[in-house]
Design a protein around this ligand. Sequence first.
Ligand SMILES: Nc1ncnc2c1ncn2[C@@H]1O[C@H](COP(=O)(O)OP(=O)(O)OP(=O)(O)O)[C@@H](O)[C@H]1O
Ligand SMILES: [Mg+2]
Length: 409
Amino acid sequence: MSADKQKGEVIRVLVVEDNPDDLALFREYLLSVESVRVSRWVIRSAETLQSALDSLKEQDVDAVILDLTLPDSSGLNTYLKISEQVPACPIIVLSGMEDESLAIDLVKRGAQDYLPKSNLNPDLIVRAILHAIERQSLLQKLAEVNTALMHERNEVTQLQMQLIQAEKLESLGRLAAGVAHEVRNPLAMLQMGVDFYTRRPGPKDENEETMMEMMHDAIARANRIIVEMIDVSKSTQLEIKTDDIVTCVREVLNLTRHNVIKESINVIEKFPESLPKLQFDRSKIEQVLVNLISNAIDASPREATLEISASMGSVGRVIPDKGLRKLKQPRRGDEVVIIEVRDYGQGIPEDKIGKIFDPFFTTKPTGVGTGLGLSVSKTIVELHNGMLTIENAPPCGVRSRIVLPVASG
Ligand SMILES: Nc1ncnc2c1ncn2[C@@H]1O[C@H](COP(=O)(O)OP(=O)(O)OP(=O)(O)O)[C@@H](O)[C@H]1O
Ligand SMILES: [Mg+2]
């Protein structure tokens, strides 16, 4: 064997041909050609469509040479069955005088080439096989590049949507700042008035007292909405420190204990012995947790179970890698800490799930929820380069997860 020949590849070909003479000739032709690109031919054969399909199931080949007329199949059907089974394998159609136009048609449908039986010669066969393999591999690469491009395009679209959202939030922020400025002073005046009448000496009737209390609550609520609107606008700065996330979760559980007891909720805590310290703004993450836990309690029936856990994981294994993410969010393989709030309440109707992060989206009665909780929470978690995910979980209820990156170094 020459040195050049040793550099080539082993090429495995399945020849599907029911005529033993044609098959023998084909084999002889192939073996007679020396090519620098081929170190050895492995030629397998099949005489029927079924035996060809069985053979392809058992072992891969680099190319199929296909006679369209076989004892158990003919014409287009022969080609379709084989290409269905091995869509990525190049198929070269052997055609007689009678089915040449069909062979040409098959090349248009995806066959790599056709060889007229009446005019075969060794060089032609080898060249057809090698070119077919080459073209198929290029097609494969093209398909991969195409998929990657589609992926990139989706990511760009996603980023554009995020930009639009960011711009919306920024305008909302500017609006909020204006509203805060304009409305806070009149609200303060109203509050002073309420305080004045509440503290006024002398007897008050019951209606008067109830009215004062209602006005006081309404002013407090209006103030809260303004503060939250400014929060949504993400103008707030984070105060990042290295801190223990489990202590933070435990503190929030203490804060929400009153509601838990009132609703007789059974809280199950699952915290590991140790977790790496994280970089976060404690009061902001507490704000997120208060909202997730309050949402869970609001959605749960009395005496329901509420599970709160913290754990280590990695994107792609514990947290699905959805492929689309903001630039600084955790990527496949990154180590993260996951804080999970799992309730067994009514869950979120499918037609509402896409809206829950929208500012002011709420299903709660007026006066109970402002609908800013999740929108603010998402902004806060993303400012920490993390992710906030909310999903319905079988058999019922919702699983909310705060995913925070484990800071490197
Ligand atoms: N655990 C949950 N189970 C069922 N529905 C939920 C859950 N968490 C959120 N939701 C739905 O998402 C909506 C938006 O939640 P979000 O926290 O943003 O606002 P809110 O709780 O209604 O008001 P706010 O938090 O501002 O007081 C809720 O009104 C509710 O319909
Ligand atoms: Mg809420």
